[in-house]
Design a protein around this ligand. Structure first.
Ligand SMILES: Nc1ncnc2c1ncn2[C@@H]1O[C@H](COP(=O)(O)OP(=O)(O)O)[C@@H](O)[C@H]1O
Ligand SMILES: [Mg+2]
Length: 322
C-alpha cells in the first residue's frame, strides 16, 4: 500500500481511532487496523471498532474492514475505601465510587471486605445471588450497574450472624480478593471500619494502590479518620484523599444544601494531615432510599450522582498519575 493510500484512509478515521492507531494496511481490498485499546471498557472498545468500520466501509478500494484491538494485560489497581469508624457511609461511598468509575469508562470490580457487616450485595442489588467457583476461585456476581461484586453476603444466608475468628476472617477476605477479577482494572475494596489487625494484614497482603478515607463532618469522626489515614500510611499505602460524607443536609423539597454541623471540617482536617480533600457528599434522603433499594445513586442523574462522578474523576486522575 502506498503511504498516500494509508494517509487517505487515516484521514477518514475519527480522532480517537487515530490516537490509538498502531498500524493500518490495505491489501486486496481488505483494510486491517490494529488499535491500542489500553484502558478502554468493553463498550468503549466496541464503540471504537464500530466507528472505525463505519468510517472506512465504502471508502474507495476498501471492500472489507478488520479491526484488531491490542490491550496490555490490565494492571490492576486496588482502591481501598476505609473509615475510622462504622456508620459514616463508607459502604455507600465505595459502591457509588465503583459505579461512577465504571461510568467513567473504567473496568471496575467491587469487593466487600467488611465481612462482619457486609452490605454491598444490598447496595448493588445483588442480594440472593450466589457466586459459582471456577478453578477453586470465586466468580464475581454481575450487577445491573456494570460492576461485578463479591461479598460475604453472597456466601452466607441472609440475616445470618457472622462470627469469624481472626484467621477465618482473613481466609474469607482472601477468597473474595482472589476471585476471578482478571477483567477489572480497578478493584474498589470496602474495608471493615476501624483500624484493626485485619485491615493492616489486608493492606500488607494485597497492596492497594491507594486509599480513600470516608468521614462525616463531626470532630469525633474526623479524629477517627485521622487514625485511618495513619493506618494506611503505616502500611505503606498512599492516601488518595478524604471524602466528607453526610456533609450538609440536602433539602428533599428544594435540593438546597444547608450545614447544621458547620462546614469545612474534613477539608481542614485533610489539609492538616497533608492529604487531599476529594469533595463532599451531602446527607440526602434519596441516597439512603436508593442505597436500600439496590439502585446506586451514582447510576442515576442529578446533583448527588454528579458528586460521585466528581469523586471518581479525582480518583481516576490520581490513579493515572501514580
Ligand atoms: N450521603 C448520605 N445521605 C443519606 N444517607 C446516607 C448517606 N451516606 C450513607 N447513608 C446511609 O447511612 C447508613 C450507613 O451507611 P453505610 O454506607 O452502611 O456506612 P458504613 O459502611 O460506614 O457503616 C445507611 O443507611 C446509608 O444508606
Ligand atoms: Mg459498611
Amino acid at each position: 500500500m502506498t503511504s498516500d493510500a494509508a494517509d487517505r484512509l487515516k484521514s477518514l478515521l475519527p480522532d480517537q481511532a487515530v490516537a490509538r492507531l498502531q498500524s493500518l494496511r490495505l491489501a486486496d481490498g481488505r483494510a486491517t487496523l490494529v488499535l491500542d485499546a489500553t484502558g478502554l471498557s468493553a463498550p468503549a472498545r466496541d464503540g471504537l471498532e464500530a466507528s472505525v468500520k463505519s468510517a472506512l466501509e465504502g471508502a474507495p478500494g476498501v471492500a472489507e474492514v478488520r479491526v484488531a484491538m491490542m490491550a496490555d494485560k490490565a494492571v490492576q489497581k486496588i482502591v481501598a475505601v476505609g473509615s475510622g469508624k462504622g456508620g459514616v457511609g463508607k459502604s455507600t461511598v465505595a459502591a457509588n465510587l465503583a459505579v461512577a468509575l465504571s461510568r467513567g469508562g473504567r473496568k471496575v470490580g467491587l469487593v466487600d471486605a467488611d465481612i462482619y457487616g457486609p452490605s454491598q450485595a444490598r447496595l448493588m442489588g445483588t442480594e440472593g445471588q450466589r457466586p459459582v467457583a471456577h478453578d477453586n476461585r470465586l466468580v464475581p456476581v454481575a450487577s445491573q450497574w456494570g460492576v461485578p461484586v463479591l461479598s460475604m453476603a453472597h456466601l452466607s444466608q441472609p440475616g445470618q450472624a457472622i462470627a469469624w475468628r481472626g484467621p477465618m476472617a482473613s481466609g474469607a477476605l482472601t477468597q473474595l480478593l482472589e476471585g476471578h477479577w482478571d477483567e477489572a482494572e480497578i478493584l474498589v475494596v470496602d474495608l471493615p471500619p476501624g483500624t484493626g489487625d485485619i485491615q493492616l494484614t489486608m493492606l500488607q497482603k494485597f497492596k492497594p494502590a491507594g486509599a480513600v478515607i470516608v468521614s462525616t463532618p463531626q470532630d469525633l469522626a474526623l479524629i477517627d479518620a485521622t487514625r485511618a489515614v495513619e493506618l494506611f500510611e503505616k502500611g505503606g499505602v498512599p492516601v488518595i484523599g478524604v471524602v466528607e460524607n453526610m456533609a450538609g443536609y440536602a433539602c428533599p423539597h428544594c435540593g438546597e444544601v444547608s450545614d447544621p454541623f458547620g462546614a469545612g471540617g474534613a477539608e481542614a482536617a485533610a489539609r492538616s494531615m497533608g492529604t487531599d480533600f476529594l469533595g463532599r457528599i451531602p446527607l440526602d434522603i434519596a441516597i439512603r432510599r436508593e442505597s436500600d433499594a439496590g439502585t446506586p445513586t451514582a447510576a442515576g442523574e442529578g446533583p448527588q450522582a454528579r458528586a460521585f462522578a466528581d469523586l471518581a474523576g479525582k480518583v481516576m486522575g490520581w490513579l493515572d498519575a501514580h
